[in-house]
Ligand binder design. Structure first.
Ligand SMILES: Nc1ncnc2c1ncn2[C@@H]1O[C@H](COP(=O)(O)OP(=O)(O)OP(=O)(O)O)[C@@H](O)[C@H]1O
Ligand SMILES: [Mg+2]
Length: 326
């Protein structure tokens, strides 16, 4: 659905040049929610702006819905952009227009006749749970309600891709959860492909199917979330499901365990103690639902006089746990 091939964006030239996006390649499947997690300055916004060509990449290609965007004429690009909706951190609503009029704006520009426009706006207000707020101005709406208008506006022309730039960063935690659930719900109902950027692990954990970790303009890791959290070496997994301080001075052999398999959540560790006579301490970890599955990562320490380290590792692997010596 979306493919980026070695996209680079450099601002400025010579000694002042800043490479905000540095050779990024990735694909997003149709209907997927793909999250890009990174700290401030990592290049997330620049990358998202490249995705709809608000920012023209210095090199590389961007294909959305089978159309390569970088090589399009201005006119064709305008048409292609209608297939891509964007939701902004600070909502960017027009203060002089009501909720309904804000949502209608893109339809007016696209020349949709009045009656069709009215029906579509009513449908969108319903979709985002604001049917009773059609006539309110942005100043009469809460942040969460304004973002619902922002989402409805982005969906007005029925895009196949929804881009979200820190869509929940201006909202409190409870409202963030509601907006994330709304995006997930819309994704499931309409099949729209979602790319979101965020600096909050919770956003990725709550709704993404796949994700990337971005640092200094590059993807350091990317892939389906379930695969990443099942990999004890994954840095993105450590951000999403932290296992605590790696330098705890607890005696014994330390292991990082990843459970991406519901069988493994069973009391594997207590069985390990019973079956092999190994004393296990849990040093830290997180159990969560990720991409609809119960997953977890734990850091443990154990001591044993009776069985080999290989036997312990093998026992855990057989139980469906991925093991790494920490
Ligand atoms: N228009 C611009 N001109 C010059 N440099 C820019 C421009 N926009 C961004 N940059 C630089 O590119 C780098 C990446 O910025 P970008 O805004 O993409 O990061 P970000 O990951 O979105 O950060 P944040 O989480 O703070 O929004 C930064 O070093 C920034 O200073
Ligand atoms: Mg940004």
């Amino acid at each position: 659905m979306i493919t980026l091939d070695t996209v680079t964006k450099t601002y400025g030239t010579g000694a002042r040049a800043v490479t905000a996006v540095d050779g990024v390649s990735f694909s997003v499947d149709s209907g997927e929610i793909f999250g890009i997690l990174g700290r401030s300055g990592a290049g997330k916004t620049t990358l998202l702006r490249c995705l709809n060509l608000l920012e023209r990449p210095t090199s590389g290609t961007i294909t959305v819905d089978g159309v390569e965007l970088v090589s399009l004429s201005r006119k064709d690009l305008r048409a292609a952009r209608r297939r891509i909706g964007t939701v902004f951190q600070h909502f960017n609503l027009l203060a002089s227009r009501t909720a309904a009029e804000n949502i209608a704006y893109g339809l007016e520009v696209a020349g949709v006749p009045t009656a069709r426009r009215r029906d579509r706006v009513a449908e969108l207000l319903e979709l985002v749970g604001l049917a009773d707020r059609a006539g309110n101005y942005p100043s009469q709406l809460s942040g969460g309600q304004q973002q619902r208008v922002g989402i409805a506006r982005a969906l007005a022309t029925d895009p196949s891709v929804l881009l979200c730039d820190e869509a929940t960063s201006a909202l409190d935690p409870a409202t963030t959860d509601q907006i994330l659930d709304l995006i997930r719900d819309i994704n499931e109902r309409t099949g729209v492909t979602v790319v979101l950027i965020t600096h909050e692990a919770e956003v990725v954990r709550r709704i993404c199917d796949s994700a990337a970790l971005m640092e200094a303009g590059r993807f350091v890791e990317s892939g389906p979330l379930l695969r990443l959290v099942g990999d004890p070496d994954s840095r993105l997994a450590e951000i999403l499901l932290p296992t605590g301080d790696p330098d705890l001075a607890i005696p014994g052999r330390h292991l990082t365990l990843a459970f991406a398999d519901e069988r493994a959540i069973d009391p594997t560790l207590s069985r390990l103690t019973r079956d092999l006579g190994v004393e296990v301490s849990i040093l830290g970890g997180t159990l969560e639902r990720v991409a609809g599955h119960q997953v977890g990562r734990l850091r443990v320490a154990y001591t044993s006089d009776t069985v080999s380290d290989d036997a312990v590792t093998e026992y855990l692997r057989t139980a469906g746990v991925t093991v790494k010596a920490a």
